[in-house]
Write a protein that binds this ligand. Structure first.
Ligand SMILES: [Mn+2]
Length: 360
């Protein structure tokens, strides 16, 4: 009964939310009495969502992704939303000062800093899950998701972890294959403990190889995930070495064309069927999965992406699975954007995801 009442009040809150953005209406005594923030806070915090802010951008080749979190916060304020008042928030210490020094290892640029950030993210995600909360990670560059996955695995060491990776990129490079040395192209290879030696194009030095071993062995569990439990969505900008791994390991991939042809409902069902054998599911949403015509506010845009509406409906459908235990949104770069459009889209998506998690 309590849950039904809660759902009813939530729907009511959704209805009045646009009105609350209007200061004249929001200041009306009826609204002040009924929908004051303590009332809202009570109903929103019932389900224990925790926001984890990772303002790290050392894994990217373009500057500015560390500002993604604050850009989303500004979008929320511009929409008149109290979203960021509703949930506890924890910020992960970053290593962005490393950007002032030249990167030493060409095949794992600023790797030591990335590993430090990943370990911090991992501990926070693990603790959040053990506390019975749902972590929503708002990250800078995508390299930190190696830490998110490590944290999920640390919280559930005996469980089979599924990963739904919505991204333009496969993020399957290792120091042996990376064309750029940027670690945001490597988080899945770290989690899968994938070297891809047979396709090597680089000869990393001994220190880089030792560092790479540390990444793969984060939390002394390796690998954290398996190819059979990985699903790609809209991945389209890949290198031949990654194509080789995808083919060789028969990784499930749902393309933008398939999403356009078959519709979100069918694709969402198929994605969830693909990760059905898993005990827990982590959903990682890189905003470059969306088409650059929507916004160029991300470091590595790629044509033929999904629309923001498709992203929102897909994520809403995925969040209906009780196995989803962690969500991440990443790679928003307001310095490349016009009028904070990417962050606004990301915030609207975040709001829909959160509402789905809490009330439906
Ligand atoms: Mn990515």
């Amino acid at each position: 009964m309590h849950e039904r009442l809660q759902a009813f009040i939530h729907r009511l809150l959704l209805l009045v939310q646009p009105a609350l953005a209007n200061p004249q209406i929001a200041a009306h005594p009826i609204f002040l009495l009924t929908f004051n923030s303590r009332f809202c806070d009570y109903f929103y915090t019932m389900k224990n969502i925790k926001i984890i802010a990772v303002k790290s951008e050392i894994g990217a080749g373009t500057r500015g992704a560390s500002l993604g979190f604050d850009a989303i916060k500004i979008a929320a304020l511009d929409f008149g939303s109290t979203f960021f008042k509703q949930f506890p928030e924890e910020q992960i210490q970053d290593e962005n000062d490393m950007l002032l020094e030249p990167a030493r290892s060409p095949h794992a640029r600023r790797g030591k800093g990335v590993l430090n950030v990943c370990e911090r993210v991992s501990h926070t995600v693990e603790r959040t899950l053990r506390d019975g909360s749902f972590p929503i990670v708002i990250a800078g560059d995508h390299s930190s998701s190696a830490g998110t996955i490590a944290g999920v695995k640390a919280a559930y060491p005996d469980a089979r972890i599924g990963v739904i990776w919505i991204d333009a990129h496969a993020d399957l490079h290792s120091p042996y294959t990376t064309p750029s040395g940027n670690m945001h192209g490597m988080p899945l290879a770290i989690s899968l403990a994938e070297d891809n030696i047979s396709q090597r194009s680089n000869a990393p030095d001994a220190a880089t190889i030792e560092f790479w071993e540390q990444c793969k062995n984060m939390n002394n569990i390796s690998p954290k995930i398996r190819y059979e439990n990985l699903v790609y969505v809209s991945v389209r900008d890949t290198e031949p070495q990654e194509d080789y791994l995808i083919r060789q390991n028969k990784v499930k991939l749902f393309s933008t064309d398939e999403i356009n042809n078959f519709g979100i409902d069918k694709i969402a069902r198929e994605i969830l069927t693909a990760v059905e054998p898993c005990d827990y599911i982590y959903v990682s949403f890189d905003v470059d999965s969306m088409d650059p015509t929507i916004s160029r506010g991300t470091g590595t845009p790629a044509p033929n992406g999904i629309t923001e509406k498709q992203a929102a409906s897909l994520l809403q459908r995925l969040m209906q699975s009780p196995k989803v235990c962690c969500f991440e949104i990443t790679e928003i770069n307001p310095t490349l954007d016009k009028e904070n459009l990417m962050a606004e889209n990301a915030f609207e998506i975040l709001l829909k995801v959160t509402n789905q998690l809490l009330y439906d």
